[in-house]
Design a binder for this molecule. Structure first.
Ligand SMILES: [Mn+2]
Length: 326
């Protein structure tokens, strides 16, 4: 039986020109670790692929990860040869998601752990929504094919699993833990310590401090509004709010230059973050993700002029929760 990796390679062997591995926009450690691992696996099989992304590398630990592992990742706009004749493997994202730029290339393959979008077809796909991290899938490719990941690749994958599962406590499956354990014996532990010690910048700390002062809670629900911040910080700040003992569902949002960016976390199984974000953004924006962790966006021009967005978000969230509890 050909493995998933064998099948992916069989597809990519027919690439007419260049091959790219594209992460979601504003890539996080899981997307980057998985892309780095996949690039190594393809390389071992005589296929060269470049890792590309859109937007920015925002968080301090993500930038540190790229630096200490020397991960060759490029802003797509820097690749002058990228065009319609090229093929792309999407990683930690799916075509048509609001958080992934549609490049002119042909998206022939997809490896992801988010909700499966049924309306898109690829020549190869491996979408496992039950997993906590995309890096777990790539780690599985290594071990399934009896290829030992080099220490830096093992460490990058390990860190991806670590971050996406919030230290093996969020959306984690048996395979995540198994891969974590197998990677751990191969990883450079001192680099993990370095990454754990590079979570935020001093500027981030000041933004957090200001935002946390204004957290509002209604029973198990919390709202956090952060001024002027990047996407990944919203999620990280939201994780912190969720750690409040009485809070089980946390909604963080920030006004960006073209709209409102939202992040939702839930630790209650019957309150699904992806359903809640779809309820809040219905008809005026986009949203999706996992049951425990989701993201969304409402463009400024879709917000009705007579509506206050702070009240709107609170109203919709409370209405959704009441519908579930009653
Ligand atoms: Mn991920």
């Amino acid at each position: 039986m050909p493995t998933q990796l064998d099948q992916l390679i069989a597809v990519l062997k027919h690439a007419p020109d260049e091959i790219f591995i594209q992460t979601h926009d504003v890539p996080d450690p899981d997307a980057i670790g998985a892309a780095f691992g996949l690039q190594y696996l393809l390389n071992q099989n005589g296929i060269s692929a470049q890792i590309v992304y859109n937007h920015e590398i925002e968080k301090a630990d993500t930038a540190k990860m790229i630096e200490i592992f020397s991960i060759p990742i490029h802003h797509y706009s820097r690749i002058t040869t990228l065009g319609a004749e090229d093929w792309t493997v999407l990683i930690d994202a799916q075509k048509g998601n609001s958080n992934v730029l549609d490049l002119p290339t042909d998206e022939v393959a997809c490896i992801d752990h988010h909700e499966h979008k049924q309306d898109v077809h690829y020549q190869f796909e491996d979408i496992r929504s039950e997993l906590g991290a995309c890096s777990t899938i790539i780690a599985d490719y290594f071990f399934e094919n009896k290829i030992e990941p080099p220490p830096i690749v093992a460490t990058a994958l390990l860190y991806g699993i670590f971050v996406d599962t919030d230290n093996l406590s969020r959306g984690v499956s048996n395979l995540d833990v198994e891969m974590f354990y197998r990677l751990y014996t191969l990883a450079e532990k001192n680099k993990l310590t370095t990454l754990r010690g590079s979570q935020i910048t001093k500027k981030d700390l000041l933004l957090y401090a200001e935002a946390f002062r204004n957290v509002e809670t209604y029973d198990c629900l919390a709202f956090l509004k952060i001024q002027d911040t990047n996407d990944s910080l919203i999620g990280a700040a939201n994780d912190f709010v969720l750690s409040i003992d009485t809070v089980n569902v946390s909604i963080a949002y920030s006004q960006k230059k073209d709209g409102i960016k939202l992040s939702i976390r839930s630790t209650i199984p019957h309150i699904k973050a992806n359903e809640l974000i779809r309820f809040i953004t219905a008809n005026i924006g986009v949203g999706g993700g996992h049951a425990h962790m989701a993201g969304g966006f409402i463009p400024d021009n879709r917000i009705p002029p007579d509506k206050n967005i702070d009240l709107y978000i609170r109203y919709k969230a409370i209405r959704y929760l009441e519908g579930i509890i009653l």
